[in-house]
Design a binder for this molecule. Structure first.
Ligand code: GDP
Ligand code: CO
Length: 433
């Protein structure tokens, strides 16, 4: 990939937000020859091998609920073979078991492509038991005892699975994307963002180049939706209140397409519903902004958090048949998490209170936002123990104290450890010498 370096960066405590970067070439060739140097100071060439090295340590999570299987198969087709895929489905199981149909289709796909695909249902009782075992009941619905519905909750559960699967990076792609080529591009861009960062706390967010719409009888390539405009403006306003300089640096407040290093994914607090993506920024500022009353963890004082925003080249086209009603809900959710944050400056708070009230007067009232604690402290051994019966447990790496031979699907050939042959067990002698 050939990509421009960020034109500017804004620093907020330990958080560096880099301005949107344009991609010049999706594939810029193989590894450098030994004495070939970067040819430009402002354009970076990231070799195919470098992207591959990062992607093979990445879990790509596909959250889905009731999507058409054909559409999701296209998404799977776009995810590189060396990534581990986690499909987190919340599709209905009654009266028709849609999930069973999905699982069959995706596992067949996995066999045909020899690709590691983990298929999980969000309401799997074992998953709920795993969360209960580690004391994370906040994600469970008290009425059913199962994991709550919602894309955010699915993403949190998938993050725990990716952790058990020892992934270093985790990326998210929506299941309703019409273009497999766009999905492939996102994954390469996630990796490019990590390649450009020297921190182990990093996030890559995709800024869509365009979202095609049919207007009259032609295609119109829209760049910004109404919600993104409003969310970005608010986040930038918050930054400006602290720095004293107006800014437009944040362009990815609502980026559903994003990836994080596992270190960062485990440290963040999350919020529910449509607010999860804008809240990434807010929580980064809360935890790592170095503001009064916050404590930066020791490893972060030496490091920093890098946020790269990369502009994708493929048009983004997802299933819009679900209607537009949630546009206002997304806007409302973003306003809520900013308004409720202890770091929201007074002036912005007043403005938000006014806007929220106006929406509520128009009877636009949505579910309150829920917050979830970071996952870092959860005991992954106990979490894992609740899931050992699940078919995907075969992908869990062997625990050091158990003498299990590593699954051949999980390790690269050059990493395979050759174990000495186990001595044959002595035949029973029935007491005779
Ligand atoms: P939009 O793209 O913002 O219009 O929202 P979508 O309705 O397309 O949702 C984004 C993604 O989240 C899609 O892949 C959905 O199938 C998925 N999704 C929605 N609700 C849930 C849920 O409760 N659980 C999971 N795991 N995924 C969900
Ligand atoms: Co969608």
């Amino acid at each position: 990939m050939r990509i421009e370096i960020p034109r500017e960066s804004e620093r907020f405590g330990a958080v560096s937000i880099h301005s949107v970067q344009k991609v010049l070439e999706l594939d810029a060739g193989l590894q450098f020859q030994q004495n070939e140097a970067q040819t430009s100071q402002i354009i970076r060439r990231i070799s195919y091998q470098q992207l591959h090295g990062i992607e093979k340590e990445m879990a790509v999570v596909v959250p889905m609920r009731g999507e058409r299987i054909k559409l999701v198969q296209g998404v799977l087709c776009g995810i590189p073979n060396h990534c581990l895929v986690i499909i987190m489905s919340n599709s209905s199981r009654h009266p028709v078991d849609r999930f069973a149909i999905e699982r069959d289709a995706f596992l067949r796909f996995s066999r045909f492509t020899d690709k590691r695909v983990v298929v999980v249902h969000q309401k799997d009782p074992a998953l709920a038991a795993a969360f209960a075992a580690v004391g994370y009941a906040q994600i469970l619905d008290p009425n059913t005892g199962l994991v709550r519905s919602g894309k955010a909750e699915g993403m949190i559960a998938a993050t725990m699975l990716a952790r058990l699967l020892q992934r270093k990076y985790i990326g998210f792609v929506d299941a309703d994307n019409y273009f497999p080529g766009a999905v492939l591009e996102y994954v390469h861009e996630y990796a490019a963002g990590f390649a450009l960062s020297n921190s182990t706390y990093a996030m890559t967010r995709i800024a869509w180049h365009s979202k095609p719409k049919i207007i009259e009888d032609g295609l119109f390539f829209a760049k910004w939706g109404r919600t993104s405009r409003s969310t970005n403006l608010l986040l930038n306003q918050l930054l400006a209140e602290y720095t004293g300089f107006e800014t437009e640096i944040i362009k990815t407040g609502n980026a559903g397409e994003h990836a994080l290093t596992m270190n960062l994914a485990l440290k963040l607090r999350y919020s529910s519903g449509y607010s999860i993506e804008p809240y990434h920024y807010i929580n980064l500022f809360e935890q790592f902004g170095g503001l009064e009353g916050t404590v930066l963890s020791k490893d972060l004082i030496l490091q920093h958090v890098d946020v790269h925003q990369i502009e994708s080249r493929n048009p983004h086209m997802h299933d819009t048949g679900k209607g537009d009603e949630h546009i206002d809900e997304m806007k409302y959710a973003a306003m809520q998490v900013i308004y409720q944050s202890p770091i929201c400056p007074k002036k912005l708070k007043r403005q938000l209170r006014r806007e929220i009230r106006e929406m509520e007067e128009m009877e636009q009232v949505y579910a309150p936002v829920r917050y979830y604690d970071p996952l870092a402290e959860l005991d992954d051994g106990a979490f894992r123990a609740a899931l050992v019966e699940r078919p995907y447990a075969e992908f869990f790496p062997p625990q050091p104290h158990l003498h299990v031979v590593p699954s051949p699907m999980l390790v690269d050939v050059e990493e395979t450890v050759v174990l000495p042959p186990t001595p044959e067990a002595p035949l029973p002698t029935n007491g005779k010498p």
